[in-house]
Design a binder for this molecule. Structure first.
Ligand SMILES: [Zn+2]
Length: 305
C-alpha cells in the first residue's frame, strides 16, 4: 500500500539537514518588533522594506505556552546540543504584503487549531464526521466534505511553510534550517502567491495525530532519505505534513495527495507521534539531551515541566 510505504520511509529516514525546536514553555512577548530593512522579498521578488519575519509565527509560541511553567524558554535541539533558549527563528525575508499572504493564506486559520496543553481543536473537528476509510491504526477523511475544514488554508499553510524553508536559510541558534527544491521552488512560489495551481510534480500529504498527547512542538521542514524522488516533512504540534517532489512520484501517491483535485484526504494516524519521535531521535543523535527531552523520547508524552 502506498500509505504504508510513505510511513515506513519516514520512520526510517535520517534528516538531511536539521533545525528542530521543541517548544514546551511559557514565552512572553511584551513588545512587537516593527523594524525593517531594504532588500529583495523572497516571495514577491520585489525590492521592498523587509519585515523581521518569523519562520513560525509568534502565535504558535503563545499557543504552546503554559502559564504554570517555571522555565520560560523553549528547548532547542540541534545535532550538536540540546539547550533551553529564548531564540526565535526570524530574519528579514519577506515584505509586509507577503507576510499577509502567509498569514491570511493559512497561518491565521491553522494556528488556533494546533495541539496545545489544553486541547487539540483540529482533531476534535473530526469527532462528528465519518471517515471514508477506517483501518486498525488510521482513518482517512475527505476534508472537502467537512465544512469546518478550510482545505485551501490547510494546503496553503503546508505549502507556505515548505516554501519558507526553501526560500531562505533560517538560523536557529548554531544550526540552520533550509531545504532545496531546485527547479520546483519557483512553481511552489507561484502557488503560494496565488498565481498558479499546485505544482504538478509535487504531492502534499496531511496527517493528524489521532492519539491524545501528541508532541507539542515544531520540527521545521527537513529532507528525508531520497530514492526515486525527494521527500520532506514538517511537523507542527499534532499535524505532520509530508511533501514529495519529483517526476517519479507514483500515480498512487498523487491520488492520496491533499493537493488532489478529486478529494482532500486527511489521515488521522495513531503513529504520527511515533514518526515524530524517530525524527527527533535522528536530529538529536550525538546531542547532549535534557531530562525533559529524554522523558519525551521514552514516553512519547508531551514535554512537561
Ligand atoms: Zn513581498
Amino acid at each position: 500500500m502506498v500509505f504504508e510505504w510513505v510511513v515506513e520511509k519516514c520512520a526510517n529516514a535520517k534528516p538531511f539537514s536539521y533545525g528542530q525546536i521543541a517548544f514546551k514553555s511559557k514565552i512572553l512577548y511584551t513588545s512587537v518588533n516593527v523594524s525593517t530593512q531594504k532588500g529583495i522579498c523572497k516571495l514577491c521578488l520585489k525590492h521592498k522594506n523587509l519585515q523581521d519575519s518569523h519562520f513560525i509565527g509568534r502565535a504558535v509560541y503563545k499557543r504552546l505556552s503554559e502559564p504554570s511553567l517555571k522555565n520560560p524558554h523553549p528547548i532547542l535541539i540541534t545535532g550538536q546540543q540540546t539547550t533551553q533558549s529564548s531564540l526565535q527563528v526570524r530574519d528579514y525575508v519577506f515584505c509586509s504584503d507577503c507576510e499577509g499572504v502567509f498569514n491570511h493564506g493559512g497561518e491565521a486559520w491553522l494556528y488556533p487549531k494546533i495541539a496545545t496543553p489544553s486541547g487539540f481543536e483540529l482533531l476534535s473537528i473530526f469527532d462528528i464526521h465519518r471517515p471514508v476509510v477506517r483501518d486498525l491504526d488510521f482513518s482517512v477523511y475527505d476534508g472537502g466534505q467537512i465544512p469546518e475544514i478550510e482545505c485551501e488554508k490547510l494546503l496553503h499553510f503546508g505549502a507556505g511553510t515548505f516554501y519558507k524553508a526553501a526560500a531562505h536559510t533560517w538560523h536557529i541558534g548554531g544550526a540552520i534550517s533550509t531545504i532545496t527544491l531546485g527547479p520546483y521552488k519557483e512553481a511552489l512560489r507561484k502557488f503560494v502567491r496565488g498565481e498558479a495551481n499546485f505544482p504538478n510534480h509535487m504531492v502534499l500529504m496531511v496527517e493528524i495525530a489521532a492519539k491524545p498527547n501528541p508532541f507539542l512542538g515544531v520540527i521545521p521542514p527537513i529532507r528525508m532519505v531520497q530514492k526515486d524522488f525527494c521527500r520532506y516533512v514538517f511537523y507542527i504540534s499534532g499535524i505532520l505534513y509530508r511533501l514529495a517532489v519529483g517526476k517519479a512520484i507514483p500515480a498512487d501517491t498523487h491520488r492520496i495527495s491533499f493537493s488532489s483535485k478529486e478529494w482532500k484526504p486527511i489521515f488521522l494516524r495513531d503513529d504520527v507521534s511515533t514518526d515524530v519521535t524517530h525524527i527527533i531521535k535522528s536530529l538529536s543523535v550525538g546531542s547532549k539531551k535534557s531530562k525533559k527531552l529524554e522523558e519525551f523520547l521514552k514516553t512519547k508524552s508531551p514535554v512537561r515541566p
